[in-house]
Design a protein around this ligand. Structure first.
Ligand SMILES: CC(C)(COP(=O)(O)OP(=O)(O)OC[C@H]1O[C@@H](n2cnc3c(N)ncnc32)[C@H](O)[C@@H]1OP(=O)(O)O)[C@@H](O)C(=O)NCCC(=O)NCCS
Length: 150
C-alpha cells in the first residue's frame, strides 16, 4: 500500500470510492465533491501497487491550532487490513502540532457508529463527552436566509 498526498482528482475514481461506502450525499454532485477535495487542507490517498484507489482521508485545518478530519473512507472490499489506521496515523503525525485534532462520526446506536467508535477508540480517540466537550451543528435543512442576510 502506498500513501500519497494528492491535489488533483479523477471524478470517476473518487465517485466509485465514495459510492462504495454509500456516501451519496457527496456523489450526487460530482463537481462539488471534486471542488471540496481540491479545497481541503490535505488529501491523502491509499493505493495498491497498481495504483488502484483503496481509501482516502481529507482534512480542514489552519495548520496551527486545529485539524478537523472531514472524511476518512476505505473501500469495503479492503476493510480490516489496516488501511484506515495507516491513513489516520499519517494525519496524526502530520498535525501533531495542532492542539485540536477532531472529527465527527455517527452515533454509537447506529451500525456505522458501532464500527466507527470501535475504530477510533482503537486509534486512541476519546469521545467529546470524555474530553468534557460537546458537539453542535445546525440542522441539515435550514430555513431560507432572511432579508437581513441577503
Ligand atoms: C472506519 C473505516 C475507515 C475503518 O477502516 P479499515 O481500514 O477497515 O480499518 P483498520 O483495518 O485500519 O482497523 C483498525 C482497527 O480498528 C478496529 N476496527 C475497524 N473496523 C472495525 C469494525 N468493523 N468493528 C470493530 N472494530 C473495528 C479494529 O480494532 C481494527 O484492528 P484489527 O482489524 O486488527 O482488529 C472503514 O470502516 C470505512 O471506510 N467505513 C466507511 C466510511 C466511514 O464510516 N468512515 C468513518 C467516517 S467518520
Amino acid at each position: 500500500m502506498v500513501l500519497t498526498e494528492e491535489t488533483a482528482f479523477d471524478p470517476k475514481e473518487v465517485v466509485e470510492l465514495y459510492d462504495s461506502v454509500g456516501w451519496r450525499g457527496y456523489t450526487r454532485d460530482v463537481d462539488s465533491l471534486c471542488r471540496g477535495l481540491a479545497n481541503s487542507h490535505l488529501v491523502i490517498t491509499a493505493r495498491d501497487e497498481s495504483g488502484g484507489l483503496l481509501g482516502l482521508a481529507r482534512t480542514v485545518s489552519d495548520d496551527e491550532s486545529i485539524c478537523y478530519v472531514q472524511d476518512l473512507l476505505v473501500n469495503p472490499k479492503f476493510h480490516r487490513r489496516g488501511i484506515g489506521r495507516a491513513l489516520l496515523e499519517r494525519l496524526k503525525e502530520r498535525y501533531a502540532h495542532c492542539r485540536f485534532f477532531l472529527l465527527s462520526t455517527d452515533h454509537e446506536s447506529t451500525p456505522e457508529g458501532k464500527r466507527n467508535h470501535a475504530f477510533y477508540r482503537q486509534l486512541g480517540f476519546l469521545s467529546y463527552e470524555e474530553k468534557q466537550m460537546a458537539g453542535f451543528g445546525l440542522p441539515r435543512i435550514r430555513p431560507p436566509r432572511g432579508r437581513a442576510d441577503a
